[in-house]
Design a protein around this ligand. Structure first.
Ligand SMILES: NC(=O)CC[C@H](N)C(=O)O
Length: 315
């Protein structure tokens, strides 16, 4: 039996937050983007956006954090909405089994990134959005889409984080230049990277993140049967990619332990989706060995365990 009673869900969220407050092994905060290294590793939050519109938030659910690679989900939805299935000529749909910033497969596979959720793939998606808009406009579209999904205009790009990555993002510059050489990206790498770094620097709270993910939990709509953000087919495809590719070389492990589509970022956030039940925002800045939030992953495993939520469980 899976849990849907809000009262019981509130208790579960409270128990998980208490557990995480006591946890001493909290992982390592990312420091390759200097601005991210300043974030307090003791932070933890869990927020559930339910079909009723209610949000159950625990811990630091109202503290803003850098969503980083979670933005790849929103950028993908914008790109699919704009250019549709044509997008798949520039990026694949297979798990990479490699770290998020790896370059090794790109040469073997002639510049075609494995999927939209590793850095190379996300840079290709951003370039696809730029085929129809200039950087400022493209960023405006992504940000407006996130604000619409969360039904909250108080979401913005953190310029300090974007600037910090602009001066330290050598690895991403290598990926972009490599793909430009193969023709996977069409714009000047500098332009594409500038847009990508700003998109990664979107800052929002775990509560806002849970709200922004509802379109994936409710088949493309913001509430069950309500206003539609994207086509159901697209929402299902994004969920499939999140399940298989959302945690880089930790994707199999996350699917095994949690059983829900999820997308992580080096800011320590994870957006997870329990179809028909909830959109979930989890955040804790310390990362595990493969760059996914240690406590947010653990919290989602506990949540799935206690609620019975799984895409593999009968409804
Ligand atoms: N895994 C991540 O969150 C990576 C995002 C980060 N902006 C980067 O490109 O390195």
């Amino acid at each position: 039996m899976s849990v849907s009673d809000p009262e019981r869900l509130r208790e579960i969220v409270g128990e998980i937050c208490d557990h995480m407050a006591r946890e001493t092994d909290r992982g390592q905060v990312a420091d390759y983007i200097p601005e991210l290294a300043k974030v307090d590793a003791n932070r933890f939050a869990l927020a559930l956006a339910l079909p009723s519109g209610e949000v159950i938030g625990g811990g630091d659910a109202d503290t803003r954090f850098s969503i980083q690679s979670v933005s790849k989900v929103f950028a993908l939805a914008v790109a699919l909405g704009r250019i549709g299935d044509q997008l798949w000529t520039r990026v694949g749909r297979e798990p990479s089994g490699d770290p998020f910033n790896s370059i090794v497969q790109l040469e073997h596979e002639r510049g075609l990134p494995r999927n939209p959720f590793i850095n190379a793939g996300a840079i290709a998606v951003t370039d696809a959005i730029l085929s129809r808009s200039e950087p400022r406009e493209a960023l405006g579209q992504i940000l407006q889409f996130v604000r619409f999904l969360a039904d909250d205009d108080d979401i913005a790009i953190d310029p300090g984080v974007a600037a910090s990555e602009t001066v330290s993002g050598w690895r991403n510059a290598a990926l972009a230049n490599f793909m430009r050489d193969f023709g996977t990206i069409e714009r000047h790498p500098e332009k594409v990277l500038g847009t990508y770094f700003h998109q990664c620097a979107i800052a929002m709270t775990p509560r806002q993140l849970a709200l922004a993910g509802r379109f994936l939990a409710f088949d493309g709509a913001l509430t069950p049967g309500g206003a539609r953000a994207i086509a159901p087919r697209m929402a299902r495809q994004i969920n499939a990619l999140m399940l298989t590719c959302g945690h880089y070389d930790g994707s199999g492990e996350f699917a095994f332990r949690v059983g829900l589509p999820g997308k992580s970022g080096v800011g320590g956030g994870i957006l997870a989706v329990a179809p028909g039940r909830a959109s979930i925002g989890a955040w804790s800045p310390g990362l595990n060995a493969v760059g996914n939030s240690q406590l947010a992953s653990m919290a989602l495993e506990m949540l799935a365990d206690r609620t019975g939520w799984s895409v593999f469980a009968p409804k």
